[in-house]
Ligand binder design. Structure first.
Ligand code: PLP
Length: 439
């Protein structure tokens, strides 16, 4: 007898959907290590600042003297005044805010992921829309849809450069189309620097998007989690753009400050994904109250808050850390680009930020009987995994067409090299099979 589920409808829906544990869990417990696990999976798919992890650990090598107030509930889930003051100063220095940042307008939670979920809940009713450019950071969809039940409206650009001011029209078209189909757009996600394209938005485009948001009373969410991971690249990588935070210029002529929210976190630039520290800076008092009402569900530990505070307050260490991080990202991006050249793999140009390259594996999409090109992309991903190398396929990142993958280069050189050898091996196997099938 088929047993009925013990779960409610929404539990059944969650249990029958994709599980992060199935993929992420498998990869993270079988990670390649040249000595301890040479046959493990080379992870050039998960975006972490791997080369800087040791520096963070070293910062706390001599331990830290906690006091009793760091093992109770502290000052509440939104973050201690000391932590928020440290972040305000960090934003003033590093995001180059033109106005002083008021710590009372900052709220912390257990990662930007948590901030997004709360934003989805507070800014939209179920079924209302979030404009997101394609391709995008894969988790945006889950962050806003899974529990908050927003609907992502993905914006396509075709041949238009999505970083150019001309791209603003594409957002407007997508918004109008969504409204026509009954989805009211409530917010627009600006991921700057962009994941997965690794590019920064010129100010004119940001202003264009602000004006669009003002026209339709849409909130602009600026995810600046890679703000400091911007580095010099050689000319072979095309024309690049410097990073400009939405806090760094006077936005009042373009968008009411109640509609502009900046999100930052310590997972990327500060190589501390496991600390679970993300925050929002917003001048919208009602939004702040709504977030405070929910943030107890996304509370970072008070002991972890202390670690974050120590890092943010140590300006000398931070400056050196960031200099080293940028230099290593510049070097490893070059190593990856050279390996891609040797393998004959194209990648999108103009990237000078983040930990990733958007690579074009369309020429190697294998034929899948009865399947479309997305099935081919999945088959290619599976073949890569068989050869023990993990990269994120384009589909989950809402790529406009199949065959693109996000390659993470923020790894030590030997890891990138082994990863690329395995990518090349996979591509060679596919080419061989194609040749044989023609005989
Ligand atoms: C663009 C972007 N935003 C947010 C996040 C999630 O950050 P957190 O670790 O603070 O939840 C990531 C992580 O990959 C990201 O790439």
């Amino acid at each position: 007898m088929a047993s009925e589920s013990t779960l409610a409808g929404r539990g059944v829906e969650l249990a029958s959907g994709p599980s992060m544990r199935d993929t992420f869990g498998k990869i993270m417990t079988d990670i390649y290590d040249p000595d301890r696990n040479p046959n493990g999976i080379v992870n050039i798919g998960t975006a972490e600042n791997y080369e800087m992890l040791t520096e963070v650990a070293d910062r706390f090598r001599d331990g830290i003297r906690y006091h009793s107030g760091e093992f109770n509930y502290g000052e509440g889930p939104w973050g201690s005044r000391r932590l928020r003051t440290a972040m305000a100063k960090f934003m003033e220095r590093n995001l180059k805010s033109i106005h002083p940042i008021d710590p009372e307008k900052i709220l912390f939670a257990s990662g930007c992921t948590a901030i997004f979920e709360m934003l989805g809940f507070a800014l939209a009713d179920p079924g209302e829309g979030l404009l997101v450019s394609r391709p995008c950071y894969a988790a945006f969809q889950d962050d806003f849809e899974l529990k908050a039940k927003m609907k992502c409206v993905f914006v396509s650009f075709g041949d238009i450069d999505q970083f150019s001011p001309a791209a603003v029209d594409c957002y407007e078209k997508a918004l109008i189309e969504a409204h026509r189909n009954g989805t009211k757009v409530r917010a627009l996600m600006l991921c700057n620097p962009h994941n997965p394209l690794g590019r920064c938005y010129p100010r004119e485009t940001i202003i264009g998007l602000m004006k669009l948001c003002a026209k339709y009373s849409v909130h602009l969410l600026s995810d600046e989690i890679y703000a400091l991971s911007v580095f010099p690249v050689d000319e072979s990588n095309g024309k690049t753009e410097a990073f400009e935070s939405v806090l760094s210029f006077d936005t009042t002529p373009y968008l009411d400050s109640n509609y502009l929210h900046a999100v930052y976190g310590m997972s990327k630039d500060l190589a501390s994904g496991g600390l679970r520290m993300g925050c929002i800076y917003t001048q919208n008092d009602a939004l702040m109250r709504a977030l405070c009402a929910m943030s107890k569900f996304h509370w970072s530990g008070t002991a972890d808050e202390r670690l974050a505070t120590e890092m943010l307050e140590d300006e000398t260490w931070l400056e050196q850390f960031n200099r080293t991080s940028r230099a290593r990202l510049a070097r490893s991006s070059k190593v990856a680009r050279e390996a891609l050249h040797r393998a004959g793999v194209a990648y999108s140009k103009g990237s000078n930020a983040g930990f990733f390259l958007w690579i074009d594996l369309r020429p190697w999409l294998p034929k899948v009987k009865g399947g479309d090109k997305w099935a081919s992309e999945m088959a290619l991903w599976e073949q890569l995994m068989q050869n023990k190398v993990f990269m994120t396929p384009g589909r989950g990142q809402q790529a406009e067409e199949p065959g693109y993958f996000r390659l993470i280069f923020s790894q030590p050189e030997h890891v990138i090299k082994v990863g690329m050898q395995r990518v090349k091996k996979t591509l060679d196997q596919i080419e061989k099979k194609k040749r044989e099938s023609k005989i």
